[in-house]
Design a protein around this ligand. Structure first.
Ligand code: ATP
Length: 229
């Protein structure tokens, strides 16, 4: 397996305040990796760094054999990193269709394929994003990322705050994406659902990669120690 994304020893700062002290993580082609850790441990900061919304200071972020240092976020997206950000962030006053088309880039993902994954988006194609339910907005955020035809899909807390039945729909979709061979990096709090979709776990603690291993290797003791579950 070859590494699609390789993050090695990165540090990152918010002003003078250091948030990352040495994060390592690899996502191989076709792999789903779950980035885990308690609140405030550095998951979102790691993702912002990968997507070039923040710069790392030390270490390296390589994607598809390109060193991402100094690359602005729109160029990172063009390389094939599709982000579903925490908090969804769709264009509220644009319709479902307009939101999707604004993100579109040539490739196998188009409106029909997104509609097949999330039939509710097709039903609501002419509705403004702000009139959608939270779950539908989340589907739209995932659809937007897919419309960029990413090589790597990054999901940051994609099921946060959603009703259980809607969460199941989102997890089913993520599973389908994984089965289709898409490489995925996912942050979520739900260990049960993560264990169904991920190949490997990477655990961050206080801005450092503290543990990484296959899903089956995360013992109850480790989960208790790093995740408090
Ligand atoms: P959560 O699960 O709560 O989203 P997380 O693991 O994603 O947590 P981060 O959001 O990456 O954690 O935060 C890592 C550290 O950076 C924390 O100490 C946090 O307080 C700090 N931090 C995050 N965002 C900012 C910011 N905008 N300015 C200053 N410090 C920040």
């Amino acid at each position: 397996m070859s590494a699609l994304l390789e993050v090695s020893g990165i540090t990152a700062f918010y002003g003078a305040s250091q948030a990352l002290f040495g994060v390592d993580l690899i996502v191989n082609e076709g792999e789903a990796v779950a980035l885990m850790g308690r609140n405030g441990m550095g998951k979102t900061t790691t993702i912002k760094t990968i997507c070039r919304m923040m710069s790392h200071r030390d270490g390296e972020v390589r994607f598809a054999d390109t060193d991402l240092a100094k690359l602005p976020s729109h160029k990172a997206a063009r390389l094939g990193i599709g982000l579903v950000p925490e908090g969804r962030r769709c264009f509220a006053r644009l319709s479902v269709m307009e939101n999707l088309m604004a993100a579109a880039r040539a490739g196998e993902w188009d409106f029909d394929r997104v509609a097949d994954l999330f039939p509710r988006l097709a039903e609501r194609r002419d509705q403004k994003a702000m009139t959608l339910s939270g779950g539908e907005q989340q589907m739209l955020a995932i659809g937007r990322a897919l419309m960029t035809n990413p090589r790597l899909l990054i999901l940051d807390e994609a099921t946060e705050g959603l009703a259980p039945v809607v969460r199941q729909e989102i997890w089913a979709a993520i599973n389908r994406l994984k089965q289709s061979g898409l490489s995925i990096l996912v942050v979520d709090k739900s260990l049960k659902e993560l264990s169904g979709v991920a190949d490997r776990y990477v655990v961050v603690e206080k801005g450092v990669t503290a543990w990484t291993g296959a899903v089956g290797d995360l013992t109850d003791d480790l989960a208790d120690r790093y995740l408090g579950v």
